[in-house]
Design a protein around this ligand. Structure first.
Ligand SMILES: C[S@@+](CC[C@H](N)C(=O)[O-])C[C@H]1O[C@@H](n2cnc3c(N)ncnc32)[C@H](O)[C@@H]1O
Length: 128
């Protein structure tokens, strides 16, 4: 969420979230998420969208899942990774990170799951 975008300010104002997350592009996502968790209380966000470095996806997912409310959604982009997740000969680190998260989510009882084959693949995890 960027403070440069008026729509995000309006949305956060309406949501009752006191201070929108800092959006400094130089701040590592993990720091941002851990900062939000440290601020507490968590388990209140409606939606989290993950679309950054792939080797961080699992860590981002775990934190986003704590940040969203029951019934809230974690969206994860690029989960098909151009189709390479299905090519087990592809041992690229990013591919393996996404493949591992996909496998983990398939049996993750904390969420209800849908994978949309749109764009590069989008997972929708609804927190139970
Ligand atoms: C594919 S783009 C996401 C674009 C964004 N979803 C949008 O629609 O504007 C990935 C972005 O994540 C940022 N990024 C990559 N790794 C990051 C990290 N560890 N922490 C924070 N941002 C990161 C990149 O700088 C890049 O801007």
């Amino acid at each position: 969420m960027s403070e440069q975008w008026p729509a995000s300010r309006v949305a956060t104002g309406r949501s009752g979230v006191a201070s929108p997350p800092s959006s400094s592009p130089s701040r590592p996502a993990l720091e941002t998420l851990d900062g939000l968790l440290a601020q507490g209380p968590h388990g209140q966000l409606d939606l989290a969208f993950i679309d950054a470095n792939k080797d961080g996806y699992d860590a981002y997912y775990e934190r986003c899942l704590r940040l969203v409310r029951p019934g809230g959604i974690v969206l994860i982009d690029n989960v098909l990774w151009g189709g390479s997740v299905a090519n087990l000969a592809d041992k690229d680190a990013d591919t393996q990170a996404i493949r591992a998260l996909n496998a983990k989510l398939k049996t993750d009882e904390r969420v209800d799951l849908a994978l949309f084959a749109v764009g590069d693949g989008m997972t929708c995890a609804l927190k139970r």
